[in-house]
Design a protein around this ligand. Structure first.
Ligand code: GRF
Length: 206
């Protein structure tokens, strides 16, 4: 690990399998980065124990300790500023970031979402896809803006939907692809391979 390694903060709320994929990719030296801090808004998130197992620093910020969403966001910003951070990765983080957070870390926050955006933003995307009857869904890594899953798209993977799929089977198939896509997208940002032009992201090396 060098001093100028690309520094990540990962924001989580739950299971943390995408966090694990990022950790694994760093440990396998596929991704030259370092996680400075994992922040959770839920106390018992499995993601926290995953991070601790790899000696990564973790913090729980309890929303119940703050009178308003804004006060919580201010605390989150202060916490993030305590660490060297090049990129903030949302990995199953279930709170919507306020404008202040987005402006403070402009173009430095990315998220992974289990659908081919702009289709099926928000919650239960896999269920939405099955109910709509689409034949393909997938996952998307995108920059975070003030909308819901609406920021410029960095990369996507297409996943087929079969006739006998239910929400669980589709979620598993998509999740497997998320774990490949997210570390690769982080690497693209890290290696400065992409350029944001307003709404679109172009890939310099393609
Ligand atoms: C993933 O499906 C991700 O796309 C979505 O939330 C889920 C988080 O799963 N934003 P995990 O906590 O990374 O296992």
């Amino acid at each position: 690990m060098t001093l100028n390694t690309f520094k990540l903060a990962v924001l989580v709320s739950g299971r943390g399998s995408n966090l694990q994929a990022i950790i694994d990719s760093i440990e396998k030296e596929e991704l030259d980065a370092d996680i400075s801090i994992v922040i959770s808004n839920t106390k018992d998130a499995m993601a926290l124990s995953r991070a601790e197992r790899h000696n990564i620093k973790t913090t729980f910020i309890n929303p119940a300790d703050y009178l308003s969403k804004r006060a919580f966001d201010t605390a989150l910003i202060e916490k993030l500023k305590e660490y060297p951070i090049d990129l903030i990765c949302l990995a199953g983080y279930m709170r919507i970031l306020g404008e202040e957070v987005i402006q403070t870390f402009k173009e430095k926050i990315i998220n992974i979402h289990p659908s081919l955006l702009p289709a099926f933003p928000g919650l239960n995307s896999q269920k939405q896809a099955i109910e709509y009857g689409v034949k393909f869904s997938g996952c998307t890594v995108h920059f975070v803006d003030s909308g819901i899953d609406s920021g410029p798209i960095i990369s996507q993977t297409v996943v087929p939907i079969y006739d006998n799929d239910d929400e669980k089977s589709l979620s598993e198939r998509i999740l497997e692809q998320e774990h490949h896509l997210y570390p690769k997208a982080i690497k693209m940002v890290k290696e400065n391979q992409i350029k944001i032009n307003d709404r679109t992201v172009t890939h310099k090396t393609r």
